[in-house]
Write a protein that binds this ligand. Structure first.
Ligand SMILES: [Zn+2]
Length: 95
Protein backbone atom coordinates (compact mmCIF):
# COMPACT_ATOMS: atom_id res chain seq x y z
CA UNK A 1 0.00 0.00 0.00
CA UNK A 2 1.31 3.40 -0.93
CA UNK A 3 -1.69 5.51 -0.01
CA UNK A 4 -0.35 8.93 0.81
CA UNK A 5 -3.61 10.57 1.61
CA UNK A 6 -5.00 10.96 -1.88
CA UNK A 7 -7.85 8.67 -2.79
CA UNK A 8 -6.76 8.35 -6.37
CA UNK A 9 -3.54 9.13 -8.23
CA UNK A 10 -3.34 12.37 -10.12
CA UNK A 11 -2.95 11.47 -13.77
CA UNK A 12 -3.48 14.95 -15.13
CA UNK A 13 -1.29 15.44 -18.17
CA UNK A 14 -0.19 11.86 -18.23
CA UNK A 15 -1.97 10.19 -21.14
CA UNK A 16 0.08 7.04 -20.73
CA UNK A 17 -1.83 6.40 -17.54
CA UNK A 18 -5.27 6.76 -19.00
CA UNK A 19 -7.87 4.64 -20.73
CA UNK A 20 -9.07 5.53 -24.21
CA UNK A 21 -12.60 6.82 -24.74
CA UNK A 22 -13.62 3.72 -26.65
CA UNK A 23 -12.28 1.54 -23.88
CA UNK A 24 -14.21 3.52 -21.26
CA UNK A 25 -17.48 2.78 -23.01
CA UNK A 26 -16.73 -0.92 -23.03
CA UNK A 27 -15.48 -0.99 -19.46
CA UNK A 28 -18.46 0.95 -18.16
CA UNK A 29 -20.92 -1.39 -19.91
CA UNK A 30 -19.32 -4.33 -18.15
CA UNK A 31 -19.05 -2.55 -14.81
CA UNK A 32 -22.68 -1.51 -14.90
CA UNK A 33 -23.64 -5.06 -15.76
CA UNK A 34 -22.10 -6.25 -12.52
CA UNK A 35 -18.87 -7.62 -13.88
CA UNK A 36 -15.54 -7.15 -12.20
CA UNK A 37 -13.61 -5.12 -14.73
CA UNK A 38 -9.94 -6.05 -14.83
CA UNK A 39 -7.24 -3.50 -15.48
CA UNK A 40 -5.67 -4.16 -18.90
CA UNK A 41 -2.25 -3.49 -17.38
CA UNK A 42 -2.17 -5.67 -14.30
CA UNK A 43 -5.54 -7.44 -14.00
CA UNK A 44 -6.45 -5.65 -10.79
CA UNK A 45 -10.05 -4.57 -10.44
CA UNK A 46 -11.23 -1.13 -11.42
CA UNK A 47 -13.06 0.88 -8.78
CA UNK A 48 -15.62 3.56 -9.51
CA UNK A 49 -14.71 7.09 -8.49
CA UNK A 50 -17.61 9.48 -8.12
CA UNK A 51 -17.63 13.26 -8.20
CA UNK A 52 -21.02 13.97 -6.71
CA UNK A 53 -20.91 17.70 -7.33
CA UNK A 54 -20.22 17.30 -11.03
CA UNK A 55 -22.26 14.10 -11.31
CA UNK A 56 -19.29 12.50 -12.99
CA UNK A 57 -17.74 9.09 -12.72
CA UNK A 58 -14.54 7.42 -13.69
CA UNK A 59 -12.96 4.03 -13.38
CA UNK A 60 -9.64 3.82 -11.56
CA UNK A 61 -7.43 0.79 -11.16
CA UNK A 62 -7.07 0.02 -7.47
CA UNK A 63 -3.48 -1.08 -7.97
CA UNK A 64 -1.64 0.90 -10.63
CA UNK A 65 -3.86 3.98 -10.83
CA UNK A 66 -4.73 3.60 -14.49
CA UNK A 67 -7.83 5.71 -14.89
CA UNK A 68 -10.52 6.57 -17.38
CA UNK A 69 -11.56 10.10 -18.24
CA UNK A 70 -14.41 11.45 -16.17
CA UNK A 71 -17.78 10.77 -17.72
CA UNK A 72 -21.44 11.40 -17.14
CA UNK A 73 -24.18 8.93 -17.87
CA UNK A 74 -27.21 9.69 -20.01
CA UNK A 75 -30.02 7.49 -21.34
CA UNK A 76 -28.24 7.40 -24.70
CA UNK A 77 -24.78 6.61 -23.44
CA UNK A 78 -21.74 8.18 -21.88
CA UNK A 79 -20.68 11.79 -22.06
CA UNK A 80 -16.94 11.94 -21.70
CA UNK A 81 -15.60 14.97 -19.85
CA UNK A 82 -11.87 14.44 -19.94
CA UNK A 83 -9.67 14.41 -16.88
CA UNK A 84 -10.91 17.55 -15.21
CA UNK A 85 -14.19 18.11 -13.43
CA UNK A 86 -13.58 21.72 -12.50
CA UNK A 87 -16.84 23.36 -11.65
CA UNK A 88 -17.95 26.53 -13.34
CA UNK A 89 -17.33 28.53 -10.18
CA UNK A 90 -13.67 27.58 -10.41
CA UNK A 91 -13.70 25.39 -7.36
CA UNK A 92 -11.48 22.37 -7.70
CA UNK A 93 -11.83 21.10 -4.16
CA UNK A 94 -8.36 22.15 -3.09
CA UNK A 95 -8.39 24.77 -0.40
ZN1 LIG B 1 -3.89 -1.51 -13.02
Amino acid sequence: MTDEGSSFPDVEGNPANTVSNDEVVRLWARFRGGDVVPCPRDDSAFALAVDGAAKSYRLVCTKCGLSSPWFGTTPTGLVLRGHSTLLEDGSDGSA
